[in-house]
Design a protein around this ligand. Structure first.
Ligand code: GLA
Length: 393
């Protein structure tokens, strides 16, 4: 089955569910993509640079506006059905909202522009959930884009990304940076997004032929990931305070250099030193990675990825045995330029840069070794750099 065929099947399944739940009148269907991050781990909320690639998997939503303020949300993959009203949405999520907190957060952020109209919606997708490929950002961006189109808001995609980021940080309560929402809202086929998170400016960088992106899903659930994530955000904030007091005053952690770390050395210790060292060195790796991508030096890009993984594991401490094993096993295969965890870490997916067509050779030994060690069969998929949100039916 080709990508387009499986997309069509998914849309048909979403429409069938919509009819069963909400009646025959046809809804519109919108799509928003997920992403992998080539390099720039945990830099977005530190004001650094990141290099995500929007993928050709994502979230679809069939949606129809209502004349009253009811909100009825269903999902093909989640059993909980959520019914509420615009006027009932508070400033933060409730436990009962479950998965629907992401779209409802977007609704909350846009609520003043919706003229009191609610909607009926069925969500579905082909992105592995909670695995480091931004299924939550895709849920948010699909909702924001759909409401923008249906209500004629005419917000630029950059604004939609900011709305979705506000939904996640203020309503859902994860202190993430802007990368995922920007990657989903601003993706361009065949390009990576070089995003400067300090001022949310960006540039699309063309991906020349010469490598493929192999996504490797460890299937390890990211239990408590949001707690550990917010803990990293806090630790980085504390490291920034130390650097401001003992090196010099700069706007964010990603602006510091090695000389600053050396100057603040007597005061910067333990986790604070490790987190700062990762952020400072990762900024250099992103610069190297972008330069290498521009000129098609894939070996140099791959080396930057692998060294990013080591820093994320050793200094940032967001890797795990499964992610370390799968990336090391991939890198040991001929035809692999480099590999790293993608997304927040703690489990979920890793990516490998491979020679075009090498997946057939690379996957079997990596899969077999992983299965022997962990008793779980990982998922593999070669992904293309796809476009941003769009109407699909
Ligand atoms: C998660 C967050 C992003 C980013 C990455 C780590 O995906 O949502 O904002 O911080 O982790 O790079």
């Amino acid at each position: 089955m080709t990508g387009t065929e499986s997309q069509q099947r998914l849309i048909a399944a979403i429409l069938a569910r919509f009819r069963a739940e909400f009646g025959a009148e046809l809804p519109a269907v919108f799509f928003a993509p997920g992403r992998v991050n080539l390099i720039g781990a945990h830099l977005d909320y530190n004001g650094g640079d990141v290099l995500p690639v929007t993928v050709d998997l994502g979230v679809d939503v069939a949606i129809r506006l209502r004349d009253d303020d009811r909100l009825r949300l269903r999902s093909l993959d989640q059993t909980a059905a959520v019914d509420t009203r615009l006027g009932e949405l508070g400033d933060t999520r409730t436990t009962a909202q479950g998965w629907a907190a992401y779209p409802l957060g977007v609704v909350r952020m846009l609520s003043e522009r919706l003229d009191g109209r609610g909607f009926d919606a069925v969500f579905g997708g082909d992105l592995p959930m909670a695995s480091g490929m931004s299924s939550s950002a895709a849920l948010e961006v699909a909702t924001a884009y759909a409401l923008d189109q249906l209500c004629g808001l005419a917000l630029p995609n950059r604004e939609l990304a900011l709305v979705c980021h506000a939904a996640e940080t203020r309503f859902v309560g994860v202190q993430c940076g802007i990368m995922d929402q920007f990657a989903s809202a601003l993706g361009r086929a065949g390009h990576a997004l070089w995003l400067h998170c300090a001022d949310a400016s960006f540039e699309h960088v063309e991906i020349h032929a010469g490598f493929e992106l192999l996504v490797m899903d460890t299937k390890k659930p990211r239990t408590l990931a949001s707690v550990a994530f917010n803990e990293r955000v806090r630790e980085c904030g504390e490291a920034l305070e130390v650097l401001r007091a003992h090196a010099r005053v700069l706007p964010n952690l990603a602006s510091y250099g090695e000389a600053d770390l050396a100057r603040a050395a007597p005061w910067l210790a333990g986790v604070h030193l490790k987190r700062a060292r990762h952020v400072v060195s990762e900024m250099q790796r992103v610069a190297r990675g972008v330069a290498a991508l521009r000129v098609g030096e894939i070996a140099a890009l791959g080396a930057a990825l692998s060294s990013s993984h080591r820093s994320t594991a050793v200094d940032y401490e967001v890797s795990c045995a499964e992610l370390d094993t799968i990336t090391a096993a991939a890198c040991a295969q001929p035809g692999v330029f480099g590999a790293r965890l993608t997304g927040a870490g703690f489990g979920g997916c890793a990516i490998a840069l491979i020679e075009p067509g090498a997946a057939e050779r690379v996957v079997p030994p990596v899969r077999d070794g992983f299965l022997r060690r962990f008793g779980v069969e990982p998922g593999f998929r070669v992904l293309a750099a796809g476009g941003g949100p769009r109407r699909v039916a």
